[in-house]
Design a protein around this ligand. Structure first.
Ligand SMILES: Cc1ncc(COP(=O)(O)O)c(C=O)c1O
Length: 415
C-alpha cells in the first residue's frame, strides 16, 4: 500500500514562514529576537534525534544500558532511537480503548525508563496513576506527545506529570518545520537538577545549517501549496497540482518539477511520497540542534497552538458525524474531538481488517483519503523479537489490523 502522507496538513503562518526563509542567511545563534523559545525546551532536527540523544546521555550517566519500556504499537523511529542509543526495548501491550499502555501493563513492566505514548491525540486515561507509579519506582517518564500535544486528563495537561515530553514538528504534525522536534524538560520532574549538564552537552552538538533549515521550510511551503483543499481535491493529478502551485508561488512549472523530481503525470499521493521521501532519513539517526530559521518560525507559532488544536477538534467531530452516519460499525477510541483530546489525525477502529479495507476503498471512491496507520506492525514485530521478553501483544496486533487513519486538515473533506 502506498504511504498516504496527504492525510496530514500542518497549520502554517505563511508570512512568518516567508520572513524566515528570506532572512535565513542573517539568522544567528543566540539572537535575542527569537520569540519565546522556552528555556527548558531543547530543539532537535527531529523528535527521534532528541530521544536518541537523551537516551544516550542517560546510558552514559548511569554507566549501563537501560531497559526502556515502550508500546508494542508505536512509531518505528522511537524503536530505532532506543536501539541506536545502546539501550534495550521492553514492550508493553496497549489498550483497545485508548491505544496507549494501561497502568496494569506499566505496573507489570520492569522498565527503568518508560516512554508513554499518547497516541492519535488521545490522552492516556491512566496518566496520573502511571506518573505516580513511575515516581514510586524511580522510573524516568518520557511522554511521547508527537501526536497529542495539548490534550489533558482530569485537568492535567499531558507532559506536565512526567519528566520529559517529546514533541515532533514533522510535516504531518499540527505545527511543523517539515522536520524538527523538541525535548521539553518538565521543571517539576526529576531532570531539572541535570539541566545544566544536559544544556552543556546539548550546546556541544552541531546545529542544522541555516540554509538546510530554510530549505526544509521551503519544502513545507511547497507541501502546503500542494495540499490546498480546492487544488488538491479538484483532481489528484500531478500536472494540475504543479500548475496550481506555480501560479500561487510565482515559480515556473519546470522549477516545481525539478524540486519534486517527477516528470510524468502521477497520482498526487506519489508526489507527496516523493517530496517527503527525498528528505527522509532512516538510520542511523542524525542528531543535530534545531536550525535557527526553524526555531524562529516555530516559536512564532507556539502562541497559536491552542487555536489550531481547537480547529482540529471541530474537524474531528465533523468527520465523526459523517462517518457515524455513513459508515456504521466504526469505533472511535478515546472519544476524539472532545475537549480533552488534541487530534493530529482522526483514528477509528473497524470491526475487522477486511471491513477496514472496505471502508478505505469506499472513502477513496468519494475522494477522501483514508488509510491504515503508516506504521508497519510487521516491521515492529522484528523489534519485538529483539526484546528479551515473551513477544505476544494481542491488543497491539489486533489494533494494527483494524486501525484507520482519517484526514482532518480541511473542512471541505467532510462536507
Ligand atoms: C508517536 C510518534 N513518536 C515519534 C515520532 C517521531 O517524530 P520525528 O519524525 O520528528 O522523529 C512520530 C512521528 O511521526 C510519532 O508519530
Amino acid at each position: 500500500m502506498p504511504l498516504f502522507y496527504v492525510r496530514a496538513r500542518p497549520a502554517i503562518d505563511l508570512l512568518a514562514l516567508q520572513a524566515v526563509i528570506e532572512s535565513s542567511h542573517e539568522l544567528k545563534e543566540g539572537d535575542t529576537r527569537v520569540p519565546e523559545w522556552p528555556d527548558n525546551g531543547l530543539g532537535f532536527n527531529s523528535a527521534r534525534a532528541g530521544l536518541k540523544w537523551l537516551l544516550t546521555r542517560l546510558r552514559a550517566q548511569r554507566q549501563k544500558s537501560l531497559s526502556v519500556g515502550v508500546q508494542a504499537f508505536t512509531c518505528e523511529s522511537v524503536l530505532s532511537a532506543i536501539l541506536e542509543s545502546g539501550n534495550l526495548p521492553v514492550f508493553l501491550d496497549i489498550s483497545r480503548e485508548h491505544l496507549s499502555s494501561p497502568l496494569s501493563e506499566v505496573s507489570r513492566s520492569l522498565a527503568e525508563v518508560l516512554i508513554l505514548t499518547h497516541l492519535s491525540g488521545i490522552p492516556n486515561p491512566d496518566y496520573a496513576g502511571i506518573a505516580t507509579e513511575c515516581k514510586r519506582r524511580n522510573v524516568l517518564l518520557i511522554e511521547d506527545l508527537a501526536q497529542t500535544w495539548g490534550a489533558s486528563v482530569c485537568g492535567a495537561i499531558v507532559g506536565t506529570l512526567g519528566d520529559v515530553a517529546l514533541l515532533s514538528f514533522g510535516f504531518d504534525k499540527p505545527i511543523s518545520a517539515f522536520r524538527g522536534g523538541m525535548l521539553w524538560v518538565n521543571k517539576s520532574g526529576s531532570l531539572p537538577k541535570l539541566l545544566p549538564e544536559l544544556h552543556r552537552d546539548y550546546w556541544a552538538l552541531p546545529q542544522e545549517a541555516p540554509a538546510g533549515a530554510a530549505r526544509d521550510l521551503y519544502r513545507l511551503s511547497l507541501y502546503y501549496g500542494l495540499t490546498e483543499p480546492d487544488v488538491y481535491q479538484a483532481g489528484l493529478n500531478y500536472y494540475s497540482l504543479a500548475d496550481a502551485i506555480s501560479v500561487r508561488q510565482g515559480k515556473s512549472v519546470e522549477r516545481i518539477r525539478r524540486e519534486v523530481g517527477i516528470l510524468q503525470s502521477l497520482p498526487a499521493y506519489r508526489v507527496f511520497d516523493r517530496i517527503y521521501g527525498r528528505s527522509r532519513e532512516w538510520f542511523p539517526i542524525r542528531v543535530q540542534r534545531l536550525g535557527e530559521p526553524k526555531k524562529r518560525y516555530l516559536a512564532a507559532l507556539f502562541a497559536a497552538y491552542e487555536e489550531i488544536a481547537e480547529r482540529r477538534r471541530q474537524l474531528a467531530l465533523r468527520a465523526r458525524a459523517y462517518l457515524e452516519k455513513d459508515m456504521p460499525g466504526l469505533e472511535f477510541p478515546g472519544n476524539p474531538g472532545s475537549a480533552t483530546t488534541a487530534p493530529c489525525r482522526l483514528t477509528a477502529l473497524a470491526r475487522s481488517s477486511s471491513e477496514r479495507d472496505d471502508v478505505i476503498a469506499r472513502l477513496r471512491d468519494r475522494g477522501i483519503e483514508a488509510g491504515g496507520f503508516n506504521w508497519s506492525y510487521l516491521a515492529m514485530e522484528r523489534f519485538h523479537r529483539l526484546a528479551s521478553q515473551a513477544s505476544q501483544f494481542p491488543n497491539a496486533k489486533d489494533v494494527s489490523s483494524r486501525i484507520l487513519n482519517l484526514p482532518i486538515w480541511s473542512e471541505s473533506i467532510w462536507a
